[in-house]
Design a protein around this ligand. Sequence first.
Ligand code: HEM
Length: 450
Amino acid sequence: MMHSLLQTFRLIANPTQFLEDCANQYGDQFTVRVLGINSPPVVFLSHPQAIADCFAVPAKELDFKKATHVFEPLFGSSSIVLQEGRSHNRQRQLLMPPFHGDCMKTYGQAICQITAEVTQNWTQGTTISMQQVMPDITLQIILQVVFGLSPGARYQKLKELLSSLLEDVTKPLYSTLFFFPPLQKDLGAWSPWGNFQRRREEIDKLIYAEIDERRLSHDASRTNILSLLMSARDENGEQMTDKELRDQLVSLLLLGYETTAGVLAWVFYLIHSHSEVKDKLMQELHTLSDTPNSETITQLPYLSAVCQETLRVHPIALICTPRMVKDTVEIASQKFTSGTVLVPCIYLAHRRAETYPEPEKFKPERFLNQKFSPYEYLPFGGGYRGCIGAAFSMYEMKLVIATILSQFQLELADNHPVYPVRRGITIVPSGGVRMFVTKQMNQAKNFVYL
Ligand code: HEM
């Protein structure tokens, strides 16, 4: 077995290559020792049967906290991510409704409008970096649509503070602090942890001020998460405390915007580096009427396939939430004992040649011709820990792409190879995906929303 220090280094430095090398050498399942979580055996699973079995293990038999504790300083102890058992169940039930069905339709207009506003100064010859533009779009979408915050001083301040904090926590210094609690010492504003705490407090102040205002205004008609959570009651008739509300909001914000932005950067890169895909997509977008509604756009088959295939070939999260076995469990007829960490591996499940012939190739057509099971295709994880923002981010991505491509012709500014690089907990394209605006359409489609 490879030395654990070397394994950890390779996993952090070049995770996709490390996973591929392990899969080539050991097959569908392999065990590594990762430092930082007291070195228990970490078993990566990528066979659909093993992933199905893993998702089916009852929650009470697994411990998720050992892996999610790193999020606690940022998200707070009441975050859904840190809950287990009944408390986790209850929070999912509270959080899921605004991300589904009819609620989605009410978000279409804001998504297209924000995209149009952020891109309004683009003209022929403008150079942009998708890695900078996309988080700007997706953060504003989440602040307005999910939180119901309207543009203004608080909105602007929160936007700046969150994006700069998230930018910094992806850097090695901060990542190290999160993984090693003994380093989390507040030695004043200039010390790394002290600085982090002060910035977090500033963000919290703004969030608590918003919660206070909402409690006073009592607007039951608002269909955003914050309003829904504020009116929710648990089985004892208790309201969520301000701290609980804060923790959910911060978790949703931070999990929801960089992820979607990263996928969008990949989509624009992949479309523009595969001319046949771009032509087909543009043909489909041209079939839209001059005033398409958001439902029509989000149901376009090729646009959907492009998003699905992007998430297959470059899943923004390489793995599902790791889970530690409490007692013994059986996965694909094999027993795993207490202390073993099980990791359903999204990246490797998406690269199995049995499921996806020529897996490294970007071919959206796969998703037009075939349906894949939730254990073969799982960019949002699955089971009772699966992503609650999956439908929302797919909806959002399609509207952002359609809005931009119906207004601008773009070209990649660089032709050097792009490869996956780690940014915090996400895997994004290297080089920032710089693009030129080569043409601005005269008659952009005027999306209307139902
Ligand atoms: C393309 C964008 C996104 C991707 C690829 C993604 C992916 C994931 C993955 C892989 C997980 C872990 C699932 C598992 O362990 O089985 C997850 C969890 C989660 N995601 Fe997302 N996500 C995205 C967008 C969002 C958005 C927009 C939100 C909310 C605004 C969100 C909220 C969450 C939450 C709250 C969890 C934790 C669920 C739990 O512990 O029960 N995500 N996501």
